[in-house]
Write a protein that binds this ligand. Structure first.
Ligand SMILES: C[S@@+](CC[C@H](N)C(=O)[O-])C[C@H]1O[C@@H](n2cnc3c(N)ncnc32)[C@H](O)[C@@H]1O
Length: 268
């Protein structure tokens, strides 16, 4: 309730509190337990095969599947890609390994997250990370074939500035691969803002059920992570952060009446 109130009426305060939360997360010594910070995706309940993963990647299956779903609809050969809000770099690394773009640049405002990514993935050619703000991207016009953004734009106080930068840095025919969630009553406005970018809509899909199912499958692991790393006094807040019900983390996860959407957009 408080979260929703802040989101609707005080987006700057909400954004600032969220930054604090992410900065706090990056002070924890999460090591390789946490390489992703999204709610995940699955389509196994719709009869589709899960993606093949190396045994050591199994613990990241659901967040990896979200990146796979986001990335799979375009041709990545020879692409120069930018990910805005790359977090702890798991998605960047996964896309680099799986879809093999020519280069992949991750940007995040958390310096600690960027330091972690550089340490973790510094030896992978073509993959690099920088500190930066989604609303003030520091790259030349027409410089990327693909821009990726996963579960992060809900925290940007001025979303249209972000969209302007995405449009500006994309090359002609470049793709914007975008997924995020919004409170149900805000979805129509959000979609109108996306359409106002002037990019061609190649694909748009409500993936809420896939995300909820993934959260259900991944609930045990998320609970264990919160219990392992977060001091007891902050645990309730972090259960919420991890998509669990704060007073009853064994209950089925929910998205607080939010809908999760996925878009493929192309600059004409
Ligand atoms: C929910 S996490 C998602 C991270 C990553 N995309 C993933 O799926 O693992 C949101 C990320 O957005 C970043 N973030 C929030 N506001 C930002 C901004 N204005 N500019 C750049 N990054 C931002 C946070 O630091 C955090 O790493």
């Amino acid at each position: 309730m408080l979260n929703k109130l802040l989101f609707h009426h005080f987006p700057n305060i909400k954004s600032w509190l969220t930054r604090l939360q992410y900065e706090f997360v990056s002070t924890l010594n999460l090591k390789k337990d946490v390489l992703f910070m999204n709610f995940g995706y699955t389509s196994h309940h719709q009869g589709l095969e899960p993606i093949a993963l190396a045994p050591e990647d199994e613990i990241h299956r659901y967040p990896m599947q979200l990146y796979h779903h986001v990335a799979k609809h375009i041709d990545w050969s020879n692409a120069a890609a930018l990910e805005v809000s790359s977090g702890r770099g798991g998605g960047a690394h996964f896309i680099m390994n799986t879809f093999k773009p020519k280069s992949y640049t991750g940007v995040d405002f958390s310096t600690r997250a960027v330091d972690f990514c550089r340490e973790q993935y510094g030896d992978i050619q073509g993959l690099d990370f920088h500190q930066g703000n989604a609303e003030a991207l520091n790259f030349p016009d027409n410089s990327f074939d693909v821009v990726v953004n996963v579960e992060a734009s809900l925290y940007y106080p001025n979303i249209t500035k972000f969209y302007e930068h995405v449009r500006r840095v994309l090359k002609p025919n470049g793709y914007f691969l975008y997924t995020d969630l919004r409170y149900e009553e805000k979805v129509a406005i959000w979609h109108a803002q996306i359409k106002a970018m002037g990019l061609k809509v190649i694909k748009e899909e409500d993936i809420t059920d896939n995300v909820l199912k993934a959260m259900e499958m991944d609930r045990e692991r998320r609970m264990q992570l919160v219990d392992k790393y977060v001091p007891a006094i902050l645990r309730k807040q972090f259960y919420h952060f991890a998509g669990l019900t704060p007073n009853s983390p064994n209950a089925l996860p929910h998205l607080d009446n939010r809908r999760y959407w996925y878009f493929v957009l192309q600059k004409a």
